[in-house]
Design a binder for this molecule. Structure first.
Ligand SMILES: *Cc1c(COP(=O)(O)O)cnc(C)c1O
Length: 407
């Protein structure tokens, strides 16, 4: 008789060492090994608890293991999880209908990761340019912004302006024009008869939560309408309640031609992304021209539908708006006391720490010692983006910890 070996629990230290020898070093994680999570809290292997103020880069807008989302996933696990798009499945229509209702756009192209949604939008925009706008073959251009983050594929890093994201990965995909962010005149100058689309983040998350001036998004809408090109809003991080409205473009009552969703759309359970667009735009795709083995699978569609249902209540948008005021007040109070500046909208803030106090990484490590998990972006900027389920008390305690580590 063979005995099944008892699976002994390995310590955080052991697991980190094992990761260092067996995993690609494309990340530099904080030294915390999460083993369990619920709501805004995560617990490490040794049972230490941390308040998650990063929320999976906004993939966890509804918190870890939101009961309604977990229930939807469980139900679907017992029915059917994967069909491929070779067949229909009974969850996909409802998911697309929900997205249409939520966004005011008509059609959905379901994908999995954010980068795939961006890639898909680029393909659709090019095809639209050739078939609808009449751009000469292989001449279509897309205008993008400096400091952008749209993902990690070879085409997407082709128009990144972050050297560490690009260096060593060429040759790059042509057809992109990079202009300064928050500069309407630069977009206007970059647009010509070859322009298929303007692709921007309504708020640049990875760049440090950069919020454009009021009127910028409406201006992009106006310029693209006038020029007869598409406005693609990458709301993969800014969307789905984070900024106090369903979408960040809602702050200027703007409807783009193509909307890119991801991260929170998967409820923190499965990767789910989507291109949501008008019918005359997504309509350029015909059978065989684009696809994804996993895109639109019934498990993803069930979880995505449950996410759409949560957002349809408006509760999370309201929480983000109300608690966003608490966050803003807290950060205003810390300005001049270790904080040199911040940008915030809803429950989302980029906080520039006085470099004399520490780098973003050092502040993140000090916060971790206080039981708060955050992530630095560039230099001395940290990003705060807690689950939208956070309570006022929890948010205030995180701000108190920030004050302590800056002091
Ligand atoms: C995270 C992100 C992406 C890429 O999403 P992945 O799921 O990591 O591929 C694209 N755009 C924005 C704005 C993002 O924040």
């Amino acid at each position: 008789m063979t005995l099944t070996p008892v699976r002994t629990r390995r310590s955080s230290e052991e697991l980190i060492r094992a990761e260092e020898t067996t995993l690609a070093h494309n990340y530099h994680p904080l030294p915390v090994v999460v083993a369990r999570a619920e709501g805004v809290w995560v617990e490490d292997v040794e049972g230490r608890r941390y308040l998650d103020m990063l929320a999976g880069y906004s993939a966890l807008n509804f918190g870890h293991r939101h009961p309604g989302l977990i229930a939807a996933a469980h139900r679907q696990l017992d029915e059917v999880t994967l069909t491929s798009r070779a067949f229909h499945n009974d969850r996909l229509a409802g998911f697309a209908e929900g997205l249409a209702e939520l966004t005011g756009l008509e059609m959905t192209l379901p994908m999995n990761t954010g980068a795939e949604a961006v890639e898909s939008a680029i393909k659709v925009a090019r095809k639209w340019a050739y078939e609808v706008k009449g751009v000469a073959p292989d001449r279509a251009t897309i205008v993008v912004a400096d400091g952008n983050f749209h993902g990690r594929t070879t085409t997407i890093v082709s128009f990144s302006t972050d050297e560490s994201a690009r260096a060593g990965f060429g040759p790059f995909t042509p057809g992109f024009r990079v202009v300064p962010y928050n500069d309407l005149a630069a977009i206007e100058n970059a647009i010509d008869e070859t322009t298929a689309a303007v692709l921007i983040e309504p708020i640049q998350g990875e760049a440090g939560v950069l919020i454009p001036d009021d009127g910028y998004l409406a201006g992009v809408r106006e310029l693209t309408l006038k020029a007869g090109c598409l406005f693609i809003a990458d709301e993969i991080q800014s969307g789905l309640g984070r900024t106090g409205t369903t979408l960040a473009v809602d702050h200027e009552s703007v409807v783009p031609d193509m909307l890119l969703l991801g991260k929170a759309l998967g409820g923190g359970i499965v990767p789910v992304s989507a291109v949501v667009a008008r019918r005359d735009v997504l309509g350029v795709l015909r059978p065989g021209e684009h696809g994804s083995t996993f895109g639109g699978n019934p498990l993803s569609a069930a979880v995505g539908s449950a996410v759409v249902d949560l957002l349809a209540t408006g509760e999370f948008q309201r929480r983000a708006a109300d608690l966003g005021e608490v966050l803003r007040e807290g950060l205003t109070g810390l300005t001049g006391k270790g904080v040199v500046g911040f940008r915030a909208r809803g429950l989302w803030a980029g906080v520039d720490v006085d470099p004399a106090v520490g780098t973003g990484r050092e502040i993140s490590e000090r916060l971790m010692a206080e039981g708060i998990l955050v992530k630095d972006t560039h230099g001395s900027t940290i990003r705060l983006a807690p689950p939208l389920t956070i309570t006022r008390e929890e948010l205030e305690s995180a701000l108190a910890s920030l004050e302590k580590v800056l002091g």
